[in-house]
Design a protein around this ligand. Structure first.
Ligand code: ATP
Length: 134
């Protein structure tokens, strides 16, 4: 089976570096599935999961937005933040979710509302990735 080299990097350093058979994730334009030999492209990413498939094994990485660059033999994801499923602190994510929900109910200004919405999305994404709800 052909493979692709996948790197997921953040401002804090590399999070994932391995060969996989398929990568799938959510771009702003919709779900993307990338196999070896894919045409080169760059796409902005949503807050979501990156699924890295090898045979029957699928690893999950939570990414909090960023960019995906595809070359025929390589995928690079530059993410604002990224965590492997097993590196997620679920209690921290649940606390972040509760805080964001309280802020959303507090009827603040538009900017605070948008920030709380994004914090809620990041927290829910981490919870879903950690619990493998994909
Ligand atoms: P929090 O309010 O808990 O800090 P956040 O969504 O504001 O959550 P970010 O700004 O996206 O956090 O991330 C800051 C750093 O903390 C990043 O390095 C990110 O990978 C890490 N991080 C955030 N939440 C978690 C978590 N639940 N488990 C592990 N690492 C996390």
């Amino acid at each position: 089976m052909k493979t692709l080299k996948v790197n997921i990097v953040t401002p804090d350093g590399p999070v994932y570096d391995s060969e996989v058979e398929m990568v799938s994730t959510k771009a702003m334009s919709g779900e993307l599935g990338i196999l070896p030999g894919h045409i080169p492209m760059v796409a902005p990413l949503q807050i979501g999961a990156v699924r890295l498939k090898n045979g029957n094994n699928t690893e999950l990485v939570a990414v909090s937005g960023g960019f995906l660059e595809v070359r025929p033999e390589q995928v690079t994801i530059l993410a604002q933040a990224a965590e492997k499923a097993e590196g997620i602190d679920i209690e921290r994510a649940k606390e972040a979710k509760n805080r964001a929900e309280s802020r959303l109910q507090a009827q603040q200004g538009d900017l605070d509302f948008r920030r709380a919405e994004l914090a809620l999305k990041r927290a829910m994404n981490r919870i879903n990735v950690s619990e493998r709800n994909f």
